[in-house]
Design a protein around this ligand. Structure first.
Ligand code: SAH
Ligand code: SF4
Ligand code: F3S
Length: 478
């Protein structure tokens, strides 16, 4: 079996923390070592690149070994209870390192920091500093406060902060694919979800800074960018103008997609996440118009039943979602589609669960991220509805959904077998350096023997003649 490189796991919140390594300018060094580990969604990994950039600027070096660090940061996720549990377990592992080096600063960043605020300091004696996702510019100052002997907290959320002017340091990069945050926060208030509380109000980043970042990446040799946001389809930016002047045009997500696609035809563009209520035909037509916008959409359904969707406050129903799928299939006939599913949401019946399965049969997703419902304190669902589906029923429904998806993933992959795919070479296969790996337009992983004529970062046509459960296998045909 071939393994999928971690860089393709764009939406997998269950990822274990990854330690980050950055190169440092020896001239600037302050002699202190930073260790940073990230959990949760791609936005968190992207934020860690901003944090690294801020601290690199202050002369920090990085290390992959937390035992030799002067500052340990853990960038956390609150999306499900087990995500938080994982972080707490990890903090325990840092205890002995701190006991050996009492000057060590331990900081909790990200969504869990925002959710628990100063309570974190009471609950976890080890922690010196708690910093929410909109307060990273304050980190050098907060570290200084800790150096002076106090513990420090900054969990202020902002309506403006997009870190637009900070060039993220690309960490653990393959040099070919990169993520660009285009917006922050979320205004949707899905009843199960903690994100609006941990990430604050939705705000869009200046399109010029996004295009510039894409251009810089292209010039540095990158060949694919993924535009990131909790709900990219509601991206909207109107340039601020002086009093009395006429407001400039409003840039929508479709406009932004076009601007980034025009950076260079050799730069592939992907994006995530789309919300079914907001994805417009304009976006679909823009995708169809540009060869370099990948034909792949992550469109979380959550449930296939309209009553459950209403309780979830998703603001679409089953018929609306199916209509959006039909629109995708007719405007972009060869589009890959993936989704997120929650099983056992409050009061979900067996029949309603079956409707999720029948929706999966209808769409035949290429890929899905599937979860048992986990009640999050403070959310609308926690306040309004009883978490009344027994744990074993949630788990059984989850197994059913996972089994169905496994079949569909394989069926979808099989439709790609026997065809030639344009693949961007992202690196060597994890299993063997005699094989390259990369993805096709629809985001399926393709593995094929190295051909000396082509290098990482090149596009090649690969004829695929077979597949495993998650990977297409083929040979370069031109
Ligand atoms: N902004 C994205 C989702 C971000 S969270 C969107 O709207 O699609 C990623 C996924 O985690 C969600 O799509 C949902 O399927 C899952 N999730 C969120 N809260 C959850 C909870 N309380 N229990 C279980 N799964 C949850
Ligand atoms: Fe959460 Fe819904 Fe916002 Fe996604 S759109 S982040 S699920 S509130
Ligand atoms: Fe987790 Fe926060 Fe992302 S809760 S999924 S890290 S926005």
């Amino acid at each position: 079996m071939f393994e999928i490189p971690t860089s393709t796991k764009q939406h997998d919140e269950s990822r274990q923390g990854e330690a980050l390594l950055i190169e440092n300018d020896p001239q600037k060094s302050n002699g202190r070592k930073l260790y940073i580990e990230s959990y949760g969604c791609q936005m968190n990994f992207s934020d860690s690149e901003i944090v690294a950039s801020i601290l690199l600027d202050k002369g920090f070096e990085t290390t992959r070994d937390y035992r030799e660090a002067d500052v340990i940061f853990i960038n956390t996720c609150s999306i499900r209870e087990n995500a938080e549990q994982r972080v707490r377990n990890r903090l325990k592992e840092f205890e002995s390192a701190k006991a050996k080096n009492p000057g060590m600063v331990v900081g909790v960043l990200g969504c869990m920091a925002e959710r628990l605020k100063s309570k974190f300091l009471e609950e976890e004696k080890l922690v010196d500093v708690v910093v929410g996702p909109d307060a990273y510019r304050d980190l050098p100052n907060l570290i200084e406060q800790v150096d002076e002997g106090s513990r420090a907290v900054n969990v202020l959320l902002s309506r403006e902060e997009t870190y637009a002017d900070i060039s993220p340091v690309r960490l653990n990069t393959n040099g070919v694919t990169a993520f660009i945050s285009i917006m922050r926060g979320c205004d949707n208030m899905c009843s199960f979800c903690v994100v609006p509380f941990t990430r604050g109000r939705e705000r869009s980043r200046d399109p010029q800074s996004i295009v510039k970042e894409a251009q810089n990446l292209f010039h540095a040799g990158y060949r694919e960018v993924t535009l990131l946001g909790q709900n990219v389809d509601s991206y909207k930016y109107t340039a601020a103008v002086a009093d009395g002047e006429e407001a400039g045009p409003t840039i929508t997500f479709a406009n932004l997609l076009e601007l980034v696609a025009q950076v260079n035809p050799l730069l592939r563009v992907r994006f995530s996440t789309s919300h079914p209520k907001d994805i417009t035909n304009d976006v679909l037509y823009t995708m169809a118009k540009y060869e370099n916008i990948c034909k792949y959409i992550h469109l979380p359904v959550q449930s296939g039943n309209s009553r459950v969707l209403q309780l979830m406050n998703r603001t679409y129903d089953r018929a609306w979602y199916m209509e959006r799928i039909n629109a995708i299939r007719s405007i972009i006939p060869n589009c890959g589609i993936s989704t997120d599913v929650i099983t056992g949401f409050c009061s979900e019946t067996e029949e309603e669960h079956q409707e999720t399965i029948s929706m999966m049969d209808y769409v035949k997703y290429d890929y899905a991220y599937m979860f048992a419902y986990s009640e999050r304190p403070g959310t609308l669902a926690a306040k309004r509805y009883a978490d009344d589906v027994p744990e074993e029923v949630k788990k059984r429904r989850l197994t059913e959904v996972v089994d169905r998806q496994r079949r569909h993933s394989l069926e979808r992959l099989q439709t790609y077998v026997g065809k030639t795919h344009k693949v961007l070479i992202e690196g060597f296969s994890k299993r063997s350096d005699k094989d390259y790996c990369g993805r096709n337009d629809q985001n399926a992983m393709v593995v094929f023997p190295v051909d000396e004529r082509y290098k990482v970062g090149d596009y090649v046509n690969v004829f695929t003649d077979k597949c495993t459960s998650a990977t297409l296998i083929g040979v370069i045909s031109s």
